[in-house]
Each structure stands twice: as C-alpha cells, then as structure tokens.
Design a binder for this molecule. Sequence first.
Ligand SMILES: *[C@@H]1O[C@H](CO)[C@@H](O)[C@H](O)[C@H]1NC(C)=O
Ligand SMILES: *[C@@H]1O[C@H](CO)[C@@H](O)[C@H](O)[C@H]1NC(C)=O
Ligand SMILES: *[C@@H]1O[C@H](CO)[C@@H](O)[C@H](O)[C@H]1NC(C)=O
Ligand SMILES: *[C@@H]1O[C@H](CO)[C@@H](O)[C@H](O)[C@H]1NC(C)=O
Ligand SMILES: *[C@@H]1O[C@H](CO)[C@@H](O)[C@H](O)[C@H]1NC(C)=O
Length: 378
Amino acid sequence: MSGTLVVALIAAAGVVAFVGIIFLLWYCLFRKSISRTSETNSSEPSIQAGGNVELSGGVSYPSGLQGARSFSLEELNLATKNFSSVNLIGYGRFGEVYKGLLQDGMIVAIKSRQAAPSREFVEEVRNLSTIRHRNLVSLLGFCQEKDLQMLVYEYIPNGSVSSHLYGANQMSSEKLEFKNRLSIAHNAAKGLAHLHGFDPPVIHKNFKTANVLVDEDFIPKVADAGLRNLMERIGGASSTSQMIVDDVFIDPEVKHSGTFCAKSDVYSFGVFLLELVSGRDARTDQSLIAKVQNYQDPSTISSLVDSRMGSSFTTEGMKEFLRLAFWCLNTSSERRPPMSFVVLELNRIHEKEISLTTVMGEGTPTVTLGSHLFTAAR
Ligand SMILES: *[C@@H]1O[C@H](CO)[C@@H](O)[C@H](O)[C@H]1NC(C)=O
Ligand SMILES: *[C@@H]1O[C@H](CO)[C@@H](O)[C@H](O)[C@H]1NC(C)=O
Ligand SMILES: *[C@@H]1O[C@H](CO)[C@@H](O)[C@H](O)[C@H]1NC(C)=O
Ligand SMILES: *[C@@H]1O[C@H](CO)[C@@H](O)[C@H](O)[C@H]1NC(C)=O
Ligand SMILES: *[C@@H]1O[C@H](CO)[C@@H](O)[C@H](O)[C@H]1NC(C)=O
C-alpha cells in the first residue's frame, strides 16, 4: 500500500466518523425537541394543574443562564451619585430604594439596608435572580460591602398600578377602560403563575397592587417576588405578624396559621382584582371584599365598579370578572382556583370583551348589555 492511499483511507474514515457524530448529535437534539413539543402539547393546562402556563408573549429564560451579578459599592456609588437623596425613590420593607444609572446605560432600582455580610444573602439572591419572566421584575444582582446589603433590580419606569388607580398620578382616562384593566390583570396573573410553576412553587407572600409595576407600554411586572422568603432567611423580617394581621391582601387562613401557600397568593390576587376594577384602595374601603359576594346583583356592580370606566364594558364581562375575583377570595384556600386557571379565565374574559365591544369597528365604543346601569354611578 502506498503512503498516499493510507493517508486517504485515514482521512475517509475520519470524515465518516465526523459525519456520524454530527448525525448522532442532530438526532439527539431533534428527538429532544420533538419530545419537548409533545410535552407542551399534552400538558394543556387543566383546571387542576398548578403548572406554569404561558399563553403568549411571556419569556422565561432557562434558569442558570442568567446568574446574579455582583456589583461593587464603587459602581453603585457612581450610579446613584453616592446615594444622593435626589435619587431616593422610596422606602420598602428591605430598606431605602434608589434609582441608579449604570455605566452601561442601564437604569436600575437599588434597595439598600445596613446589615452584616452573610452567605445566605448571596445564596438567596443567586437563586432568585434565575427567575426571569416578562411579567416579573428581574433581580439583576447584589452588593455586599461595608456592612451594606443591596439588591439591584431592573427599573420599571411607570410606577405601580395602585398609584395609577388611586395615587397621585392617576391613569389618563384613555387607560382606564375595562379592557386595559383586563390586560393588566391577565399579565400580572401570568407573572404569579410563573412563580407557582416552579417545583416547589415560589410563593410571593406579599402580592398587592402596590407591587404590580407598569413599564412605559403599561405591561405589568410583579415586584418583590421571593423577597419575603429572603428576608426570613437572612433574619430581616422583624415582627411581621402584626403587619400580616393588618394587611387586607393577606389570606385569612394565613392570619390564623401563619403559613403561606400558593393559594394564599391567589387570595391576594383576588383583592388586587377588586382594586383594579373599583379603582379603590381596599385598605381604606374594606367593604369592597364583602360586597363582591353579591356580584350577580346589578346594584352591587354599579356600586363596585369604577365610574371612570364609564360604560365601556359589558355587564356580562364584568360579572364574569367579579365572579372570578369572588372565587379567588373564598375563605377556604382549597376552594380557590390555581393561578394557572386564573390566567386562562382572564384571557378568556378579555378576548370575549374585545370581541363584544368592537363589533362596530375601530374606535367606536360599542356599549352593550345593560350599560345604562352605570351611567348613574357616583
Ligand atoms: C400538537 O400541536 C400541534 C401544533 O399545534 C397540533 O397540530 C397537534 O394536533 C397537537 N397534538 C396533540 C396530541 O395535541
Ligand atoms: C462620591 O464620593 C467620592 C468619595 O467620597 C467622591 O470622590 C466623589 O466626588 C463623590 N461623587 C459625587 C458625584 O458626589
Ligand atoms: C432555591 O430555590 C429552590 C426553589 O424555591 C429551593 O428549593 C432551593 O432550596 C433554593 N436554594 C437555595 C440555595 O436557597
Ligand atoms: C408613563 O409612560 C409614558 C410614556 O413613556 C409617559 O408619557 C408617562 O408620563 C408615564 N406616566 C407616568 C405616570 O409615569
Ligand atoms: C367557597 O366556595 C364554595 C364552593 O364553590 C362555596 O360553596 C362557598 O360558598 C364559598 N365560600 C365563600 C365564603 O366564598
């Protein structure tokens, strides 16, 4: 055999092996994607399933790809002009909240508190920052220096839903329509459902209207997911029991047992739905929760529903919305629907409302069924 033939044979064998390996890899990937598709197919969300439902638009990155970033104090000093008071945007349970501009142009919200460094803090932050979803405020990273602990979040520019409903900067009338509120409810529900879809589920434990923020396109993002867990783990949750007792968003079962479950978030979500549709603060108007049990009664509807919506909704859609809120507020946690179902139901009501109120074409507010009930409200 000549030398060239040997070389040619070796090369050919190499090519064959290479092609074989590529084929094998391709085959594995292809099979994986097939099985994944059929998984998604077969796991069509059912009422019982507490799984993570993603109907449209939401992005959830594979966990682990987006690690928590460790920020230096120097970097955050620069971003906030040494934590100048002009950048102080609020006070949260964790501590002061500052707005900051990072060197790369990204705007962040920084929560800062005084505490000795701890490993649990970093572990919890690393864990929480793997959770990414279009309807959740992302935790980007942390800073732990000089007896300061800081959490760095993406900054959501347009404030909380509560500030738009009953705060200083209320929504423009354009944004007040029932359909817009349904969209906010549906998307916020997707954020919570994403948390509940983990195994074990991540319980928010502090869901309230003030924790639903909106971006410049009015896409809601749920803030502070997992923060109460983090505070409990690092020992920052000082005497929360009284706060829990006073808090209208907290599941009455939690007020007795002290333990949270996914369904306690569902209760909080029910209170959020009521505030969203009434435009009122449930902390100062506690009759809201009592009233909703008569959601079938037209006079209840007209006394509950925000008069700023005018008559831009159907009685049918409103009843279904209030029925869902009532269901979420059942005093027995077992009776409440899982968030995955709430997402589906809000989507259905929203789609139906759109189709019922736009039959006459673009921009014509078509008022249907029994809207005369609401013209006299307030
Ligand atoms: C799976 O999804 C595809 C595309 O949406 C659909 O054509 C197919 O019927 C589905 N199969 C099952 C078993 O649901
Ligand atoms: C922040 O503090 C550092 C050191 O204390 C100082 O050099 C710097 O000028 C300060 N920056 C601003 C914007 O105040
Ligand atoms: C991370 O979160 C998961 C799900 O909540 C939990 O099971 C796990 O124990 C957490 N890990 C750490 C290190 O906290
Ligand atoms: C919300 O965003 C819009 C568009 O960016 C802006 O014009 C408006 O002032 C913002 N509203 C509030 C309350 O921040
Ligand atoms: C809870 O739900 C059950 C079953 O749907 C219902 O019979 C009961 O009246 C509800 N209770 C409350 C307080 O809403």
